[in-house]
Design a protein around this ligand. Structure first.
Ligand SMILES: [Zn+2]
Length: 346
């Protein structure tokens, strides 16, 4: 008998709105909207799927095309609500107690009357889902590297106006899409707006590109957490500095392998990051396309990387500490993690 990882309380800090969908939901929404899904996407979400793309621009292009096709089935308020509700329910079943879900409301604005209503729908459903599942669902508004920096500022202002630590509040601001796109420094203005509103700054960085890009993201955007950041492990000095500065890492092992950053799961530098004292929050990123959810990342830490239960409890603690959960929630969850580890494991 081993300790049940689904019973280990944890926070899920790297999950995208569209990418959180279950394959069955994607298929049902497509049927509802009479949208036909491209074969590549159908294959990628099938039961035997194991997406393995090359880590170059062509690989990203294929990923982005599938992602865009998935997003194209989300064309109504009810579909948006369903995605938030199901993400919270799936997290609840895996022992997540705090979900910080990342969304770019711009993508859904045309179907619901603008970015403000698009965000309000997500926030309202996050409140309902928190009450229904017991998972605290908070929202990260994320802009994309493919958008104009002025649009990013508009989105940052919207995020700032909705900043709240309560359930269904905006707690963070992110920057996603291909790390090779856009000029990082041009997004500094948007991140300053978010910082003034007290939001957590959580840009992607250090997955597709290496240490130099991580340095750029840190210099211009002053992140509290790095979306991924795994490739900082290639530069021990940089890694030490990030750890000393308290910048947390949202590590998504399945994503790294699917996007070709590492050829095999055991090459994800989880052990190196943990040994360096990094604050790590495991995340699923886009389970729809990567074929595994939050719990699978913890299972992989155990089975692929040989983490002991004490080390797995460490990962869970650091996910809670890296989250924007309140003091009282944090204290409660850390105590429950101690209880989990105190159970006999025979
Ligand atoms: Zn991501």
């Amino acid at each position: 008998m081993v300790r049940d990882l689904a019973a280990l309380p944890k926070a899920h800090l790297h999950l995208h709105f569209t990418g959180s969908m279950a394959p069955a939901t994607l298929v049902e929404l497509a049927a509802e909207q009479q949208v036909s899904l491209p074969d590549s996407l159908r294959a990628a979400v099938g039961p035997q799927a194991a997406l393995r793309l090359p880590a170059d621009e062509r690989g990203w292009f294929r990923f982005q095309r599938m992602y865009d096709a998935a997003r194209a089935v989300v064309r109504s308020e009810s579909a948006m609500r369903r995605i938030v509700r199901e993400a919270a329910a799936a997290d609840a079943a895996e022992g997540s107690r705090r979900l910080e879900l990342q969304v770019d409301p711009t993508s859904y604005a045309p179907f619901v009357g603008g970015i403000t209503p698009a965000l309000e729908i997500v926030l309202d459903e996050a409140r309902s889902a928190s009450a229904a599942t017991g998972v605290e669902v908070a929202i990260i508004v994320a802009t994309s590297r493919t958008r104009h920096p002025l649009d990013a500022r508009t989105l940052a202002r919207l995020a700032a106006r909705n900043a709240s630590d309560g359930p269904g509040g905006v707690i963070g601001f992110g920057l996603s899409n291909d790390e090779r796109r856009g000029d990082t420094s041009e997004f500094a203005g948007a991140f300053q707006i978010a910082a003034r509103a007290g939001l957590a700054l959580v840009p992607h960085g250090g997955e597709l590109l290496g240490p130099d890009h991580v340095r750029e993201v840190v210099a211009h955007l002053h992140p509290d957490r790095l979306g991924h950041g795994v490739r900082a492990a290639e530069d021990p000095e940089l890694l030490d500095r990030l750890v000393a500065d308290g910048i947390a890492f949202e590590v998504c092992p399945a994503s790294n392998v699917s996007l070709g950053v590492y050829a095999e799961p055991d090459e994800v530098p989880l052990t190196r990051l943990h040994a360096a004292g990094a604050q790590i929050a495991l995340g699923a990123d886009d389970p729809l396309l990567f074929g595994s959810r939050l719990l699978d990342q913890y299972e992989a830490a155990r089975s692929v990387h040989g983490f002991s239960d004490a080390q797995l409890a460490d990962l869970a603690r650091s996910s809670i500490r890296a989250s924007r959960a309140s003091e009282s929630t944090t204290t409660q969850l850390l105590a429950e993690i101690d209880d989990w580890l105190a159970q006999p494991d025979d």
